[in-house]
Ligand binder design. Structure first.
Ligand SMILES: C=C1C[C@]23C[C@@]1(O)CC[C@H]2[C@@]12CCC[C@@](C)(C(=O)O1)[C@H]2[C@@H]3C(=O)O
Ligand SMILES: O=C(O)CCC(=O)C(=O)O
Ligand SMILES: [Fe+2]
Length: 358
């Protein structure tokens, strides 16, 4: 039996201090445990932010006839892009933003009723990657994988069914969009469905798995010394992020440093995850990103983390591997990769990399 995403961490417990979550609104000063220095994260001060160069992440109109090539170029250079005319209605984006806001505005004791367990994937708590850092992040999260019914019933005894409908519709639309984006990006490399039949990544939409990560970054008394979500790559094929109209997401570009993604109302941010980097034999960049916080506005984001069915082996597309070299990576399922990431964090990719003779 393939492991469902909901069971990925069964037998792989991780201890995260959800219950020590402070009441962010009452803090007038940044506690020491929330104060970050370059010692706590080597990338903390990679460059001043925002950078002076004015380089911006591409905004791609999905109705543009050259959208596939623009997406391919963005995946190779930035590992991310924003999209307009994506077909997801403004009403649905507003609904998911409303749901996210009302979830995080609940009293902390209520949120803790749906706390993520040590071996679970779904529920309320700090980011999974928190265990790799000495300092706490200035954020709270809620992960949905599979039906949110049980958790939502605990959070909103009266209104949970409405909210479940919103999540279901949002996931359905995101699933279709993610599949479309993947095929557009692959087509820019000359890869067709026929070329990777073995991976069962066909566009019938029934093969994928996903998690929805709701993030809240409260107003922070000392944003320059705090970290909303520390630098990481996603384990996904693709991640589609909706951010409310408040800046905070930053991408790391090798030669520039941290670049802030400006919120464009109604648009969505897409980033390449580790599995797409593997599938493209390293051509698409799994971009390091993080979230910073600010002193005046609280920020919400909703990440749709999208990957293959759990028993699907992902490996570099043979067409993209030179006949004189071995593929850059060994094959791996999403389950195997998530477990490797849960133990080795940012070393996970290098652990499945093939050693090549130079
Ligand atoms: C499917 C998943 C990807 C994710 C781990 C998870 O099991 C559910 C949450 C996801 C998330 C969201 C915030 C950043 C991240 C690194 C984390 O700690 O939890 C990602 C994980 C990932 O992409 O590896
Ligand atoms: O909130 C953001 O801008 C980033 C969120 C993110 O990276 C994630 O949920 O994986
Ligand atoms: Fe992320």
């Amino acid at each position: 039996m393939p492991t469902m995403l909901t069971d990925v961490f069964r037998g792989h417990p991780i201890h995260l201090p959800h219950s020590h979550q402070p009441d962010f609104t009452s803090l007038r000063e940044l506690p020491d445990s929330y104060t970050w220095t370059p010692k706590d994260d080597l990338l903390f001060a990679a460059t001043p932010s925002p950078p002076a160069t004015g380089e911006n992440i591409p905004l791609i109109d999905l109705n543009h006839p050259d959208a596939a090539n623009q997406i391919g170029h963005a995946c190779r250079t930035w590992g991310a892009f924003q999209i307009a005319n994506h077909g997801v209605s403004l009403g649905l984006l507003e609904d998911i933003e409303f749901l996210t806001g009302s979830l995080f505005r609940l009293p902390v004791q209520r949120k803790l009723k749906a706390a993520r367990s040590e071996t679970g994937i779904s529920g309320y708590g700090v980011a999974r990657i928190a265990s790799f850092f000495n300092k706490q992040m200035w954020s709270e999260g809620f992960t949905i994988s599979g039906s949110p019914l049980n958790d939502f019933r605990k959070l909103w005894p009266q209104r949970h069914l409405n909210y479940c409908d919103i999540v279901e519709e949002y996931e359905e639309k995101m699933q279709k969009l993610a599949s479309k984006l993947m095929w557009l990006a692959l087509s820019s490399l000359g890869v067709s469905e026929e070329d990777i039949k073995w991976a069962r990544l066909n566009s019938d939409n029934n093969w994928a798995q996903a998690a929805l990560q709701l993030n809240h970054y409260p107003v922070c008394p000392e944003p320059d010394r705090a970290m909303g979500l520390a630098a990481h790559t996603d384990s996904t094929l693709l991640t589609i992020l909706y951010q409310n109209n408040t800046a905070g997401l930053q991408l790391l570009r090798d030669d520039i440093g941290w670049v802030t993604v400006p919120p464009v109302p109604g648009s969505l941010v897409v980033n390449v995850g580790d599995l797409f980097h593997i599938l493209s034999n390293g051509l698409f960049k799994s971009v390091l990103h993080r979230a910073r916080v600010n002193q005046t506005r609280s920020r919400f984001s909703v990440a749709f983390l999208w990957g293959p069915q759990s028993d699907t082996k992902i490996s570099p597309v043979p067409k993209l591997v030179s006949p004189f070299e071995s593929p850059l990576y060994r094959s791996v399922t999403w389950t195997e990769y998530l477990r490797t990431k849960a133990t080795h964090f940012n070393k996970a990719l290098s652990m499945i990399r093939n050693n090549r003779e130079e």
